[in-house]
Design a protein around this ligand. Sequence first.
Ligand code: XUL
Ligand code: CO
Length: 439
Amino acid sequence: MTKKEYFPEISRITFEGPESDNPLSFQYYEEDRVVAGKTMKEHFRFAVAYWHSFCNVNSDPFGIGTRNLPWEKTSDPIENAKFRLDAAFEFITKLGTPYYCFHDRDLSPEGSTVAESEKNLKEIVSLAKQYQKDTGVKLLWGTANLFSHPRYMNGAATNPDFDVVCHAAAQVKAALEATVELDGENYVFWGGREGYMHLFNTMMRKELDHMGTFLRIARDYGRSIGFKGTFLIEPKPMEPTKHQYDFDAATVIGFLREQDLIDDFKLNIEANHVTLASHSFAHDLMVAAEVGLLGSIDANRGDNQNGWDTDYFPTDLYDAIEAMIILLDNGGIAPGGFNFDAKLRRNSTDLEDLFLAHIGGMDTFARGLLIANEILNNSNFNELREGRYKSFQSGDGKKFEDGKMSLPDLRDLAHKKGEPTLKSGKQELLENLINRYIK
Ligand code: XUL
Ligand code: CO
């Protein structure tokens, strides 16, 4: 890509290694380097989030935007959408992520009717298809924005008004078609306003069933138009609602089982959403991975001093190591990936800041991967865990696991064996072990 219209000072970001002091280079992310049998590019399948990177002007509830978007050149929103696309592909190819992700309304503006919105989206999608072909950049996932428009103030699929549910369906139908047209590998549902603001003006059971019905018909339509990828639900406990139905990984897994969606849906785990639910990022990754439902990752982080979804770029090495230990054990993330659902701070106003932020995120995970791989290969990390359960490997413990023991059987064993000896959990040993590998 030789175009230099929007980021003229910046050329393709390359790997220069940890010794380099060039902030516009990768210190750890070396896309072709093979680690644990796969290139780094294949491990992460990094994606740029269209909304934060190309639409967000860094406004907050207390002030207007501070970020100048040079692609917002005219008063015609469709023309701007085309400039934005041009800028997006210039940025993505210079950064070198293989994927991007979008909401329908990030790509093209809402029209005054459903048909006009559909026409706008189709027009930009046909251009995006050409950009993808020219650059080799691919679509990790598409989604529909069912939370910004005032009509969704009481929810989308769970809105108490059926007319709103129909509008949500129209948007999902068009967004699914756009995703299929662009060969998207996944499709995301983030239920931003699928929840409640007050428990007693809400029929929670009815709304959950509506959500299940909505997701089943969306899945069926997606499959009918040739979508072969994974449908993903992105848990979040709250914000913008007081309570969001897709609270955390465990809640969503229960819902998918109850609603007969488990074969087509997996989870898109976002770090800052998990911490909002008072878990660690690693916790929800593990909850999803252990039942084969870890679909994709929205990479970002919260702030220990703030209780909201700050969407910082991920720079916490320790979190990245924990995540990569789980990812390596999981056999990777494909066909999902790592989408930077992260935004610049309001006072990050230089054009290069968008590059610096992504470079930091990619390097943090690449370094995390290298360290996690060392830990798994060269230490007794997994044996420490497995060893704690060795009493279930054979004999009566194994019989219990196999469901072949009754409560009285166990009582008799307890009586016979007497008081168990205390066995250390070795937590400090494990924590020290991880730190020893951070070099
Ligand atoms: C909001 C959020 C969304 C979803 C897609 O917190 O994470 O951007 O990722 O709708
Ligand atoms: Co997200």
